[in-house]
Design a protein around this ligand. Sequence first.
Ligand code: DQQ
Length: 522
Amino acid sequence: RAEADPLRPRFHFVSPAGWLNDPNGVSQWNGTYHLFYQYNPEGAFHHRIQWGHATSTDLVTWSDQPVALSPDGPDSADADGCWSGVLVDDGGTPTIVYSGRKGERELPCVAVGSPDLLTWTKSTANPVIAAPPADVDVTAYRDHCVWREGDRWRQLVGSGIRGRGGTAFLYESEDLRSWGYVGPLFIGDASQGDPDDPDWTGTMWECVDLFRSDGGVPGKATAGWGSGEPGDEDSHVLVFSAWDDGVTHHPLYWTGRYANDAFEPRALHRLDYGGRYFYAPQSFRDDSGRRIMFGWLQEGRDEAASVEAGWSGVMSLPRIVSRDSEGALSFAPVPEVADLRRDHISVAPAVIGAGTSVHGVISEVSGLQLDLELELDLDPGAVVRLGMLESRNADGTAVEQTVIELSRDDDEDGGDVGRGGVSRAQGALRLDRTLSSLDANVDTDPRGGPIPMPGGRVSLRVIVDRSAVEIFANGKPLTARAYPQLGGGGVSLNAVAGSARVRRFDAWTMGEIFGTGRALFP
Ligand code: DQQ
């Protein structure tokens, strides 16, 4: 049934059955990429979560593997779910650190893998940490970031301190089993802003992920933090998913400096302007030194609709994370994604002015699975709209369309990209989903945020995979979902204010990564 849904992505990873949420244990092991994920094969809802598992040699096509972890009996530490965690290399032994859920509580657990990472044995010592730090009133306590620092392991557990804000507790260990509490790495301030703000830091930090801003692991025994330059205030990045009792969920990151068991924040940034549509990201460094991140694309339709459709949740394409000239992060899909490109169309350069539509010019570009690369020069004050997933009436009026809007400020100074941020934005990226679906029950709230736009130049990458849309404008991502009912794959481009030069417009249709007859329970 799920496979028959025309809105189910065809080249993003989706679970073979039921429900998928967070990426877990993302890694490369003996050359093979491993993607584990929060999985409920029984139905399209979050319940008694297992660790699904898929492998890839190219980051594009995935082979399903047997479920890696599933809840044990009623007395076990993970009786009610194997929640998010990471995979580390313990002297050659693949080792997972995850959150075992029992009742309403999650605690750190460990499992070791066979050399092929297909069979997992849980530690009899689970949970390996018996309780959150004493004398702290935590809002929640789960999810893990684990790395080797000198001759020790270090671990962060995501949490929040009631009445103060989100945090991550730092621990250390010699053997991944016995952990000593070091202290809070850094405590957010939930009194700053409110839950509706897209950069509110929340009352709990889910899925914390600390790495060096040059892509490396957080710590080294010797000198050489971050970029290696002494005094680099943005030498580290602390990614977290800001959460508040199911109301707020969005991914954020601090740049700052990790040293002396603490994180000194410098600037807060939104990680993806789609908010919850790119949630609970986790990253790793691959064999070629790239920092690669996956995130979970939540649904924009309700649980009943997902259950009816038979599936829920999409894994993002893997993205390369790099540091931009302002010390913030820049994102791009891994270049391997181009392997999925099929038919290519190149639209001739053009100037578009207010009111003129080049819809006709690009009528040859159409599809539900597309990869678009544009380079645009916007004049000051220009507003350009790129429509996709369009169906139009005979008179040309759009009945359904999902619209990316790029605007360039009149005033070159722009505003700050993040609270305390230093980046100058010169424009904005928005996603207008007002007409995205005739289904009145799906989320169509606008999304957006500022983007750097030096001289009005925008490099725009748009990946459409049925209901999944990933947008990158000058390295700033906006990920979202759209649920068109009419099956249209039209694309249009026009300026609604000012004018712009379309320097480049390349489009490809995209292939599929799963054949028919994918086994539901590998
Ligand atoms: N999802 C997991 C938790 C995590 C949350 C449970 C984030 O471990 O905090 O499926 O989406």
